[in-house]
Design a protein around this ligand. Structure first.
Ligand code: PRP
Ligand code: URA
Length: 208
């Protein structure tokens, strides 16, 4: 698939096993999500442009690097918050914006309820973050909102993607690369990812 990176790594498989297992405790689920967030950030930021700077070691002057554009992480509330901890551990200078979208349980259509974007997203390197890309409605909606606010460089970072969601994002936003830890089989009749991990927000926040 073009413009889609499915990260293959034995440790990802290990963390995904904790995350998918319905008997995993909230504490272990949170830790696995945080650790996998670091790996997703590592791959998502692999082409971040850098500017050169000069620094001084205790021995002599030398070349250093600073991010060219600012990095902005935009979790789609609620479940997107689960990956933020890992991503900002890897990239502590990143700013964090928020887009609140939930999926209507009957229609599966995205409903927008909150936005708070930092200034400067127009020129930033923006990572839209959500663990689950199911129908793609929420992701597509959040990306559209960012573009309406002037964002030009956007990546979509998720944990598990359904083929249906990938197709939808690629159709609506062919310019936005998708980085995922797994591409699953399909959606079920309730538009949940199969095999997936169930409701990511409920499992992360312990609201089940
Ligand atoms: C989940 C998930 C995504 C969305 C994915 O959020 O975190 O945002 O569903 O589904 P889609 O690709 O079909 O739009 P949910 O609506 O459960 O809200 P929550 O994050 O507040 O739990
Ligand atoms: N949202 C989730 O949390 N899980 C799914 O499988 C689909 C949408």
């Amino acid at each position: 698939m073009e413009n889609v990176l499915e990260i293959k790594h034995p440790i990802i498989d290990r963390y995904l096993t904790f995350l998918r297992d319905k008997n995993t405790s909230t504490a272990v689920f949170r830790r696995a999500m945080s650790n996998i967030g670091v790996i997703l950030a590592y791959h998502s930021l692999s082409d971040l442009p850098l500017d050169e700077t000069e620094i001084e070691t205790p021995i002599q002057k030398t070349k250093g690097y600073v991010p060219g554009p600012e990095v902005v992480v935009i979790p789609i509330l609620r479940a997107g918050l689960s990956l933020v901890d890992g991503i900002i551990n890897f990239m502590p200078e990143a700013k964090v914006g928020h887009v609140g979208v939930y999926r209507d349980e009957e229609t599966h259509q995205p409903v927008n309820y909150y936005d708070n974007l930092p200034v400067g997203i127009k020129d930033a390197y923006n990572l839209v973050v959500d663990p689950m890309l199911a129908t793609g409605g929420s992701g597509s909606h959040a990306i559209k909102f960012l573009k309406e606010n002037g964002a030009k460089t956007i990546k979509f970072v998720c944990l598990i993607a359904a083929p249906e969601g990938i197709e939808r994002l690629q159709k609506d936003h062919p310019d936005v690369p998708i980085i995922t830890a797994a591409i699953d089989e399909k959606l079920n009749e309730n538009a949940y990812i199969v095999p997936g991990l169930g409701d990511a927000g409920d499992r992360y926040f312990g609201t089940i």
